[in-house]
Ligand binder design. Structure first.
Ligand code: AMP
Ligand code: GLY
Length: 423
């Protein structure tokens, strides 16, 4: 088969890594990809958001399966376009991708499906939003309705902080149009985890759980990022908790989406707060997590292409997904300054040495080549040093051993990935 992966991050490198292990994959393309992906796929110089050019390429090259990594092209309707052109595409339609594209839509679906989540209100008027905040008090959480690159959420510990967030998001247009509507919800205590399922429109097959580290600094300090490291399994998501997540937060959603005429197909990423063994839904994402995907692909034993195809064809029922017992961890290396402004172009050495550590795979995110063919940093999150081992503690040792073999002046990482599980 000819397969095209869309995206250029660590998630897409992980997907290409897993897809290239499948005997079903004969030719692999990635648009636009990165320096690491180039070792296993032909890079196509089309941006992940360029829906027209992606459709044209897929049609001309007679691609058999398109796998969409990031949310942007999903929300923009890439899968609808490919479907209409008769090309199999893994990911939700634009209508179903609104689960991530609009928090208000998501909360309404969740309410309809009876899924446990924080109590909320939707607001298009700043004064009404403020009245709601004054009535409910702090802690309280203020979110932009639309996509804001993971930054449109303020967990306000004081009423004043919440009122200021309304001004910045709505009146101040801090996130542009994404803040024209706000969702304001009650604060949920507990420990956060990410759970993934693969869905074919009617059947949801559980994948596994992972835990991310959103803050940039050790001890979960500093600003939020796309994610600085992850590991799987997540001790907080016991088998019992995962069953509750499927029964309460995944299966009812899949049913409600189908009944609403917007069946969900693709990976469903449930962000959850878990307190005393009880999961409450924070949000859905309509794609794999990044960097969670890196540890999932390190542990996946089943043929991913078979699963993706079955999801596209509505034939997931009866499939089983096999995982390695070995835990995995990914440590993200970012460019100094991230998530603020950072320097690009620094040369990265030591990749072969790092990859030679047993159980380690260095997955690339923001990387490219300079004129001399050196691997250079081109983004904020740049590498995901991924390691598997018989225990999580050994996986951590291996990952940091590999990190220390990398030669990249501007790079930094958190040194405490896995602290919740390992102490
Ligand atoms: P979201 O993009 O909705 O997942 O929010 C980003 C982050 O804010 C989450 O990963 C949580 O850490 C935090 N958060 C969101 N909603 C809540 C809530 N209702 N209670 C506590 N923390 C929350
Ligand atoms: N790592 C969190 C996300 O992908 O949204």
């Amino acid at each position: 088969m000819k397969i095209l992966v869309v995206g250029s991050g660590g998630r897409e490198h992980a997907l290409c890594w897993a897809i290239s292990r499948s005997p079903l994959c004969k030719t692999l393309y990635c648009a636009p990809g990165n320096a690491g992906i180039k070792e296993m796929a032909t890079l196509v110089p089309i941006g992940a958001e360029d829906v027209d050019a992606l459709e044209k390429f897929a049609v001309e090259q007679k691609i058999d399966l398109v796998v969409v990594g990031p949310e942007g092209p999903l929300v923009a309707g890439l899968v609808d376009r490919l479907d209409a052109a008769g090309i199999k595409a893994f990911g939700p339609s634009a209508a179903a991708a609104r689960l991530e594209g609009s928090k208000g839509f998501m909360k309404d679906m969740v309410a309809k499906a009876g899924i446990p989540t924080a109590a909320y209100g939707r607001f298009t008027d700043a004064e009404a939003a403020k009245t709601f905040i004054r009535k409910n008090g702090a802690p309280i959480v203020v979110k932009t309705d639309g996509l804001a690159a993971g930054k449109g959420v303020v967990v306000a510990m004081s009423e004043q902080e919440a009122l200021t967030a309304v001004d910045q998001m709505m009146t101040g247009k801090q996130f542009g149009d994404a803040g024209d509507e706000l969702v304001i919800e009650s604060f949920l205590p507990g420990e956060e985890a990410s759970f993934f399922a693969i869905v074919d429109g009617k059947t949801a097959l559980p994948l596994i759980a992972a835990q991310d580290h959103k803050r940039v600094g050790d001890g979960d300090t500093g600003p939020n990022t796309g994610g600085m490291g992850a590991y799987s399994p997540a001790p907080v998501a016991t088998a019992d908790v995962q069953q509750k997540i499927m029964d309460r937060c995944v299966t009812p959603l899949v049913k409600t989406m189908a009944e609403a005429g917007t069946p969900y197909r693709g990976v469903l990423f449930a962000g959850l707060m878990i307190e005393n063994g009880e999961p409450t839904l924070l949000e859905y994402n309509v794609r794999f997590g990044d960097p969670e995907c890196q540890v999932l692909m390190a542990r996946l034993k089943s043929d991913i292409v078979e699963l993706l195809l079955a999801a596209c064809e509505g034939k997931l029922a009866g499939h089983k997904v096999e995982w390695s017992e070995d835990p995995a961890m990914v440590v993200v290396m970012a460019a100094a300054g991230y998530p603020g402004s950072y320097k690009k172009g620094g040369v990265i050495g030591g990749l072969d040495k790092a990859n030679a550590v047993p159980g380690v795979k260095v997955l690339h995110a923001g990387t490219g080549f300079d004129a001399s063919g050196n691997v250079v940093a081109t983004g904020g999150r740049v590498l995901g040093v991924t390691a598997a081992a018989p225990t999580l503690a050994e996986a951590r040792e291996r990952a940091y051993k590999a990190v220390d073999l990398l030669e990249w002046e501007d790079g930094f990482c958190r040194r405490d990935i896995g602290w919740r599980a390992l102490g």
